[in-house]
Design a protein around this ligand. Structure first.
Ligand code: GCU
Length: 329
């Protein structure tokens, strides 16, 4: 190789190394905490979102997902997020009510008519998307929703009417709406973090709980609660949120890419949820011997009606409830 060529290749090599080190140092790694298992559809949809962000930003933004409450409960994650010690978290509209009161609009029982109505509400600029942005100034903002199905009761006995709940200690998510609903249904509500529930059920600290059917298999609750009674009282979405401090560090292009990836993952999740729920229900029945009990919903609907009426007149969520009702017509 001539001297000139050698010099040239050295220069090119140096330039390449410089570009690479710039790329490496410009990489932003965001930590995302959540409380589900790696095999849970919400984890998979967030993994899809993370892959999309990487693609859209040419590898500049990388999201690292920490499942199974490794970085703390949903509440702890929200507190870390507000202080800027954590970048992102997946929570739930029920739990988020304590951090941004308009999320309570999702926690009113028997609110959504069907899946179309639900998705219309989540995507509506004045309802779902507005609620995601309402927490600006409180340390976090919402990016998107993930379908978390409908919630029903499960215990060691079937729950066919609200009377069956009398005297039962039922675990609820730490949210004022959940407490109110459970009292109207006649149960005695016990707020607990999701990760503590298996032991609480096993040791009889609570007599039952309520969730979508994936909790039976993916959290193993079906090992200790053999009846799943399908009253479907609420449909409460999971919510992907980001710390405002982290958001402010991203360039406008990166922010746009993140929102786009988040929106795409919500639709990816829509189909995945249906597919995975059917699979988990089958497993709960066949592997864990859980009995799925059909329930006449009207007595439950009647018992919680005061909550709907109260929510409609509420200063904070009343206007959202009216819009949600209107979107269902
Ligand atoms: C759902 C939801 C979780 C939530 C859990 C709970 O499974 O996906 O985000 O924590 O309910 O009841 O706490």
């Amino acid at each position: 190789m001539s001297m000139q060529k050698k010099t040239l290749s050295l220069i090119i090599g140096g330039l390449l190394a410089a570009t690479m080190s710039v790329t490496v140092s410009a990489k932003t790694v965001l930590k995302l905490s959540h409380n589900n298992d790696k095999t849970h559809p919400v984890h998979m949809s967030m993994q899809y979102m993370s892959d999309e962000v990487k693609k859209l930003t040419d590898g500049e933004v990388v999201i690292r997902i920490y499942p199974n409450s490794q970085l703390g409960t949903q509440r702890e994650s929200m507190e870390l997020l507000q202080s800027g010690s954590l970048d992102m978290a997946k929570s739930n509209a029920s739990e988020l009510e304590a951090f941004e009161p308009t999320y309570a609009a999702f926690n009113v029982p028997y609110l959504f008519k069907n899946s179309d109505h639900y998705y219309k509400v989540l995507q509506d600029a004045d309802v779902g998307q507005k609620i995601l942005s309402n927490s600006a100034g409180k340390g976090f903002i919402g990016l998107t929703y993930y379908d978390a199905g409908s919630r029903s009761f499960y215990a060691q006995k079937p729950i066919r009417t609200p009377e069956d709940l009398k005297g039962m200690k039922i675990r609820v998510q730490p949210s004022p709406s959940a407490l109110e609903m459970m009292k109207l249904l006649g149960a005695s509500p016990t707020p607990l973090a999701f990760g503590e529930l298996y032991t609480a059920l096993q040791q009889g600290v609570v007599d039952g709980a309520e969730n979508n059917p994936t909790a039976l298999t993916l959290m193993r609750h079906g090992e200790v609660a053999k009846f799943y009674s399908e009253d479907e009282h609420t449909i409460i979405p999971d919510v992907l949120v980001i710390s405002e401090k982290t958001w402010a560090k991203l360039s406008p292009e990166q922010q746009k890419a993140l929102k786009e990836a988040a929106d795409k993952s919500m639709m990816y999740h829509k189909d995945l949820w249906i597919e995975m729920t059917a699979k988990e229900v089958k497993e709960a029945k066949e592997k864990l011997g859980v009995e799925f009990v059909k329930v006449e919903k009207q007595p439950f609907i009647d018992a919680v009606k005061p909550m709907h009426d109260k929510a409609k007149a509420d200063a904070v969520i009343g206007s959202y409830i009216e819009k949600i009702d209107a979107l269902g017509n």
